[in-house]
Design a binder for this molecule. Structure first.
Ligand SMILES: [Zn+2]
Length: 327
């Protein structure tokens, strides 16, 4: 069994905020300079990656090392141990156990740190994607649904009208992606990263890419919708409806005195004169908010993307879980 996973040790960033990877081990007070032969540590306190070589407390000649661990002894003393000395002085098995315990603590600390970083960016995200955008999303999807339902058999979607492709988002059952992603992000803000169980923190990091994608797609749809529903642009839709030979629903936009946009639907003439025609309807779209460019969730919390790059162990976990499910 390898006691330091290949690649992991190389991925350690000095002073990464976890307090478990340090660059100046010599600044720790009360370091024991020489440890008697046969004494084995009870745990690794941190690992160091130092500019200047640090004398090892376990080697007879106090060999200097740039990398190693600060270890704690059963009697409470602490000392430095070079990275390549542990096997020799503590025995392979003991060294492996100490190192794996340390790595586990470091991973958990990184995970807690990453969720905390993510949370630090949530206020920015909520500010960029505000309630006005959520409101617009619900109204816009309904409006798109009304227009799409009446025009899906026509060539409207192939007309050269700005944003017209977004009519596809008028399919029944299109989710309110922005609002759903925002809810998920809000739920993350309620987690305490210092005490939450690792499982819950991992779930957040695994959900991140999915929520990010939802937000990106949702905002792109809203951006197109805001383009389509610009009154001067929507006139082309109204013209299209008017130009159809067969009677179809006529859609038009108006602004009420407060500047709120209203979508008007004038239903087609009833197929049989005996039928009572449907009454016209009005659907409020409201004001068109400015739809922000989405830079990606990880860009709003510092260090989150670095964490994801380093955290290949998380993917290993996922692969294992998948393999188990396949069995
Ligand atoms: Zn040594």
């Amino acid at each position: 069994m390898r006691h330091v996973r290949k690649g992991y040790a190389g991925a350690l960033r000095v002073d990464d905020g976890t307090g478990l990877v340090i660059s100046r081990p010599d600044l720790q007070p009360d370091l024991t300079p020489v440890v008697e032969r046969g004494v084995v540590p009870v745990s690794y306190l941190n690992s160091y990656v130092a500019e200047a070589e640090q004398p090892c407390a376990f080697c007879a000649k106090r060999t200097p090392h740039k990398r190693g661990y600060t270890v704690s002894l059963a009697d409470g003393r602490i000392a430095l141990c070079g990275h390549c000395c542990a096997d020799r002085f503590f025995g392979r098995e003991k060294a492996a156990a100490l190192s794996s315990d340390y790595l586990q603590r470091h991973r958990l600390a990184m995970l807690r740190q990453a969720v905390a970083n993510l949370q630090a960016g949530i206020a920015v995200v909520l500010n960029i994607v505000g309630e006005d955008i959520v409101r617009f999303e619900h109204r816009a999807l309904q409006a798109l649904h009304l227009v799409h339902r009446s025009t899906r058999n026509l060539s409207l979607r192939r007309s050269p009208i700005a944003g017209i492709d977004v009519l596809l988002a008028g399919e029944a059952g299109t989710p309110a992606r922005v609002s759903q992603a925002r809810e998920r992000i809000l739920s993350w803000a309620r987690i305490d990263p210092t005490s939450a169980p690792p499982k819950q923190l991992l779930a957040v990091m695994r959900e991140l890419a999915n929520v990010d994608g939802q937000m990106r797609t949702g905002l792109r749809i809203l951006s197109d919708a805001a383009t389509l529903f610009r009154p001067e642009n929507f006139k082309h839709v109204t013209d299209f409806c008017r130009q159809q030979r067969r009677p179809i629903d006529l859609f038009s936009l108006s602004r009420d005195p407060d500047g709120q946009l209203m979508l008007h639907r004038q239903p087609r003439a009833a197929a049989w004169p005996s039928r009572t025609p449907e009454p016209p309807s009005v659907h409020r779209i409201g004001s068109l908010p400015r739809i922000p460019d989405w830079l990606g969730l990880t860009s709003y919390g510092t260090g989150v993307s670095e964490f994801l790059q380093e955290a290949d162990w998380m993917n290993t976990g996922t692969r294992k879980a998948k393999a188990r499910r396949r069995k």
